[in-house]
Design a protein. Structure first.
Lengths: 338, 135
């Protein structure tokens, strides 16, 4: 059995699943950048005291699951979600959905995701894919980060749906419950809502761990890493920062380019020229993030590594913090017509 | 980033797929483009794996020196921490901590050994000997 479904590649798995499922529910104009922006996906946080995979806990985007949830809410599309206590119940429910022709989003862990290269298989449990059919004992899978659709055996899919550890998926599946007509008016108000929320998250969270202040906060910390951690560990920390920023799913420049693309697409709905100007500021921020990554790579490749080199690295982030502050302040001042 | 500046280097992901990046064309308009990889991040991932390999080897030495049970080796090999292993085995963290001692490990029942073996996706024999045949 297969459902009426077309694979779509995206930079990020959650954006991709959101876009694809909601398009089939009537949001025909939705794209990856629009889903990301409506879901207020852009963020920055370095959680203090927390070490993940022996490196700093840094994120360039909002918590897993929120982009999907916010975008559905903003467009008024009701979502069905279900977790399962047993693997059997999880499989039975999935098979029933597919039999009815309903493609479903599934949360999975990547450690046992057999088609991923070994180097990418960590215990990360908030990956998303769409299951859109079944042929004999193979499930047809649309993994948004891949160029083409793929498949998994019953056992392989069960193992990733019931992966354990932080964010354990418990077989979670989700899908839009009804098809709706999504008007341009609804898209317009969803875009404004998404931008306003993102302005708040980046400018108004108190303290120096999150938002634009968090970026500068990490910049200041980096200057101390060489002395505090020693060159080897400091190199690993910088490598982890670069991975969070540039690895598959970010679209480059720590999601800043996707946000730039979002503002351009938002301009088609709200012809306010500031949106195009501010989009350029996000391009500038993304470019600076990548310049910083090159500097970091110089350090962890051992080509450079003096205190002055760490200072340059830290200053890049402090500079980026200012650029993004300017961009979000400009966004906060936009006068929306509707 | 401009379209023509998108790096097309080699990377581990390239075995599976090209990835989507967003970049601007000559007139400043964004579109999604494909990239094979970027050596800056390839090196970052390589470095993380070199560190993991070091920790696996250090754990193996500890087990050989009778300072830890094979559970430590498999924790590192399977990239787990105590929380993840607790979730997969159903044991409490403090129980696992106890089983990390060689003496306690030797006294484990066949059933408990099997629970660890399942969590690490190996056989009980492989668990005891640290000789793994991954496919």
């Amino acid at each position: 059995m297969t459902t009426d479904f077309k694979h779509l590649q995206a930079a990020h798995c959650e954006n991709g699943v959101t876009t694809n499922l909601l398009r089939s529910a009537g949001a025909t104009k939705l794209t990856e950048p629009l889903a990301f922006g409506i879901g207020s996906g852009l963020f920055y946080v370095q959680l203090p005291f927390l070490v993940i995979n022996n490196g700093p806990a840094i994120a360039f985007r909002t918590m897993p699951g929120l982009i999907f949830k916010r975008t559905c809410n903003a467009l008024g599309i009701p979502v069905f979600r279900k977790k399962f206590a047993s693997k059997e119940a999880g499989k039975k429910y999935l098979d029933e959905c597919l039999a009815k022709g309903q493609p479903v989003g599934a949360q999975v862990g990547v450690y046992y995701l057999t088609y991923f290269p070994k180097e990418y298989r960590f215990h990360f449990n908030a990956h998303n894919m769409i299951v859109f059919g079944k042929e004999e004992d193979r499930y047809l899978i649309s993994d948004p980060v891949m160029e083409t659709a793929t498949s998994l055996t019953e056992f392989e899919l069960e193992r990733v749906r019931f992966a354990k550890g932080p964010f354990a998926p418990h077989g979670q599946i989700y899908y839009p419950m009804e098809k709706k007509i999504i008007t341009d008016e609804l898209m317009k108000s969803a875009i404004v809502k998404g931008i306003k929320r993102n302005v708040n998250h980046m400018l108004l969270i108190p303290g120096s761990i999150a938002g634009v202040k968090g970026i500068a906060g990490t910049g200041k910390k980096i200057k101390k890493w060489k002395d505090k951690l020693g060159p080897e560990k400091a190199g690993l920390y910088l490598a982890q920062l670069v991975r969070m920023q540039e690895e598959i799913g970010t679209g480059g420049g720590g999601f800043r380019y996707i946000y730039g693309a979002f503002l351009q697409e938002a301009h088609a709905f709200h012809p306010i020229d500031e949106l195009l100007d501010i989009s350029k500021i996000f391009t500038e921020a993304g470019d600076k993030w990548r310049t910083a990554a090159v500097q970091a790579a110089g350090i962890y490749k051992g080509r450079i590594g003096s205190q002055a080199d760490y200072n340059v690295m830290g200053d890049y982030l402090i500079e980026i913090s200012e650029i993004e502050k300017k961009a979000f302040q400009a966004l906060s001042k936009i006068k929306w017509n509707s | 980033m401009k379209k023509e500046e998108i790096p097309q280097d080699d990377g581990a992901l390239n075995k599976l797929t090209k990835e989507v990046l967003y970049a601007v064309d000559g007139s400043g308009k964004y579109s999604s483009e494909l990239s094979t990889g970027w050596d800056v991040k390839t090196k970052a991932l390589d470095l993380a794996w070199e560190d993991i390999e070091k920790r696996i080897e250090a754990a193996r030495q500890k087990v050989l020196n009778n300072e830890a049970s094979p559970i430590l080796y498999f924790l590192e090999l399977r990239l787990m921490d105590m929380g993840i292993l607790a979730a997969y085995t159903g044991f409490w963290k403090w129980t696992i901590k106890k089983h990390l001692k060689p003496a306690a490990f030797k006294n484990l029942s066949q059933q408990k050994l099997q629970q660890y073996a399942d969590a690490f996706n190996v056989s009980v024999e492989e668990l005891k000997t640290m000789k793994v045949h991954d496919n």
